[in-house]
Design a protein. Sequence first.
Length: 158
Amino acid sequence: MILGYRSKIILPFSHHNLGNGKLCSSTKENTICQRPCRGVTCSYSIASSLDSFEEAKERIKKTFQKVELSPSSYDTAWVAMIPSRNSVKQPCFPQCLDWILENQREDGSWGLNPSHSLLVKDSLSSTLACLLALRKWGVGDNLVQGVGEGDGLEEGVR
């Protein structure tokens, strides 16, 4: 296996003579080969990059512990459409259908509040995906009144 990052290649063996003009140095576990850079002097340290990677990883963990992410109605709807392994007539994740049934907005849509023009697409795609999921499994007919009446959606769902 060869791992590469920017101007260095890390090889899992210690060959010093590669015959291709690359400078190699050996560590206990890996051989590090420096590639010639295009007119730029490379000073890159694997150890310092690993330290900064660990620091970045910790910052990301701390950030996401503070953030509360809401479920995506669009993604939930697509997961809800996955059939069970045992029966293609049953959903694999019925709890997703329950979530869809419980999270319809007052205006009949799903997704983010479409009050801002940039969120209209999210609301539209989320609503369509939720309608498809409900129609696929034949649930929530009271939530989808008017859908399929002359608009061709019902034929496309089945």
